[in-house]
Design a protein around this ligand. Structure first.
Ligand code: GRF
Length: 209
């Protein structure tokens, strides 16, 4: 598979978004190749999901490095080793620093379980319930130095129902995440995303997404 963009997936936990990306590749809805999966947690279920898949899986633990900078240098070196074009954060529970982000400028994506800019940070689903919104959703965005503040690529709304707990809402949003993230990655891989300041344009049509 020449010409395919190479993804480096960073995941700290369950890995259901990683799974949806692997499934989309297998179904040929996403024409990309996973070059490496990296976790900062040795016990992460995400690492287990790639066993037997012929995908390199690596654990890089923060505690093994003297500084955040050294840790991120190790991450960057691993991504470079596998010639990664796009860094895909899939439940990666760490904020990346400016040096890392400038090395991969415009090439780091994240998915967040709310309609940004509402409810950034941790426990987005609980934040949505506590606020009392009727609609939440998920957002795929490029990563900048802020918390869930980078340019928005795709968003989709999900209803918040009166009886929802954070867990029930999370499940409903997650089902949408699993469709939206592979779709956004495919747009990147097809060269269709263009940054214009804070806005992400679909290059083919030149229209605002
Ligand atoms: C997802 O809800 C995602 O939006 C957020 O972290 C969670 C990761 O879930 N960034 P998983 O590890 O992909 O199952």
């Amino acid at each position: 598979m020449p010409d395919r963009k190479v993804l480096g997936i960073l995941a700290s936990g369950r890995g259901s978004n990683l799974q949806s990306i692997m499934d989309a590749i297998l179904a040929d809805r996403l024409q990309a190749k996973i070059g490496v999966v990296i976790s900062d947690k040795p016990e992460a279920n995400a690492l287990r999901r790639v066993i037997g898949m012929d995908i390199p899986a690596v654990c890089i633990e923060r505690r093994k490095f003297a500084s955040k900078q050294d840790f991120e240098q190790a991450l960057a070196a691993e991504l470079k080793l596998h010639r990664v074009d796009l860094v895909v954060l899939a439940g990666f529970m760490r904020l990346l620093g400016s040096e890392f982000l400038s090395r991969f400028a415009g090439r780091v994506m994240n998915i967040h379980p709310s309609l940004l800019p509402s409810f950034p940070g941790l426990e987005a689903q609980q934040q949505a319930i506590d606020y009392g919104v009727r609609v939440s959703g998920c957002t795929v965005h490029f990563v900048d130095q802020g918390v869930d503040s980078g340019p928005i690529i795709l968003q989709e709304a999900v209803p918040v129902l009166p009886e929802d707990t954070a867990g029930i809402l999370a499940e409903r949003i997650l089902a949408v995440e699993h469709v939206l993230y592979p779709r956004a990655i495919q747009l990147f891989c097809q060269g269709q995303l263009k940054l214009a300041g804070r806005r992400v344009l679909l290059e083919e049509r030149g229209s605002h997404l």
